[in-house]
Design a protein around this ligand. Structure first.
Ligand code: F6P
Length: 364
């Protein structure tokens, strides 16, 4: 089918590689189909009220391969189907999807490329059901989308955390300290697991494996006995000890999430104090994991997914998400794709290899 005019939006938390996807879609659509490309600002929010758009010309996408963030802007707010209105303590939701739909129609798009995680793609699917020609592209640094082997942004985050662990190793050794590095990962511990393993962490704590503070303390003491006077612990923000409450930063009202996680590294320092493990310091990696230049792996994944997505649209195969399956780009129904969450399997080879090389998961 003709792709005269297409739209692109990026929604949810940003990550490295978003600009590389925008570039790939734009370059492929222009060179292969002579398409006009319209960027929609700030995710679905840009489709509410007066539509906020940006013309994506070849000069606009120059240099985007290396640039972090998203030139289109992104937002965790503004789900048109459940638009949150906050007045003091009261939160109400209203349906503004008709308004967004009218704006999409007015833009006369032959395809709308929705780049985001499960939340953003679920909204995209909602519009697909109402007749919008949507193609989904998966993004999340948490790497928890079941439909794809890997999401872009994840490899970059793992490398950022691994680099931090390398640096923390040297200072931990100098001061004989316990260093706790906290990664993102609400329900899935992929970043903590892969960065922890690559960085040689002694203890890795993830939401998928039950753990206790006592067991972590035991691991620190065991290392001391072996003459290792420092310990590196890598913990995912969503990881919670069996007998304690999840550590949250605050309750949020105006976002798609209801709680903001963060703080487990510092809290774990406190919890470890009575166990006489010595000096303990926490480092919260936070949004450093999402910012900056994407790794070569992520850039290439973005380019492959972006270009492929354009051809999927040209075939008229809408309602699909572009995924990576067995190292090949492929498609899956968005509806099916957003249902599958990819968590770390406690009996996977990843966990087995870590245990075999002495990593403690706080459950022994
Ligand atoms: O969904 C990805 C994620 O990185 C989570 O791991 C994290 O809790 C969240 O985004 C933080 O997002 P923000 O601070 O932008 O609301």
């Amino acid at each position: 089918m003709a792709l005269k005019r297409i739209g692109i939006l990026t929604g949810g938390g940003d990550c490295a590689g978003l600009n590389a996807v925008i570039r790939a879609i734009t370059k492929c659509a222009m060179s292969r189909y002579g398409t006009t490309v319209v960027g929609i600002r700030d995710g679905f929010e840009g489709l509410l009220g007066e539509p906020r758009t940006l013309s994506l010309t070849p000069s606009m996408v120059k240099g985007l391969l290396y640039r972090g963030g998203t030139i289109l802007g992104s937002s965790n707010k503004g789900d048109p189907f459940n638009y949150k209105m906050v007045a003091g303590d009261r939160v109400t939701t209203i349906d503004r999807s008709d308004e967004a739909l009218q704006n999409i129609r007015n833009l006369e798009l032959d395809a709308l490329f929705v780049i985001g995680g499960d939340g953003t793609n679920a909204i995209g699917y909602g519009f697909f059901q109402r007749g919008v020609p949507v193609i989904g592209i998966p993004k999340t640094i948490d790497n928890d989308l079941g439909a794809t082997d890997v999401t872009f942004g994840f490899d970059t985050a793992v490398n950022v955390v691994c680099d931090a662990i390398d640096r923390l190793q040297t200072t931990a050794e100098s001061h004989h300290r316990v260093m706790i590095v906290e990664t993102m990962g609400r329900n899935a511990g992929w970043i903590a697991l892969q960065a922890g393993l690559a960085g040689g962490a002694d203890v890795i704590l993830i939401p998928e494996i039950s753990w206790s503070v006592e067991s972590v303390a035991k691991a620190v003491h065991a290392r001391r006995k072996m003459g290792r006077n420092f310990t590196i612990i890598c913990v995912a923000e969503g990881a919670t000890p069996v007998d304690k409450e999840q550590v949250i930063k605050r309750i949020v009202k105006d976002s798609s999430e209801t709680i903001r996680l963060g703080g487990i590294a510092h809290q774990l320092c406190e919890w470890l104090t009575p166990f006489d493990v010595g000096e303990c310091r926490g480092t919260e990696m936070g949004h450093v994991q999402r910012g900056g230049t994407a790794t070569a792996f992520d850039r290439n994944l973005c380019t492959r997914m972006g270009a492929y997505a354009v051809h999927v649209a040209a075939r008229g195969d809408f309602g699909k998400m572009v995924v990576l399956r067995n190292s090949q780009v492929a498609t899956e129904d968005i509806y099916e794709a957003i249902k599958k969450i990819r968590l770390v399997e406690p009996d996977s080879d990843w966990v087995a290899a870590a245990r075999d090389t002495g990593v403690c998961f706080g459950d022994e």
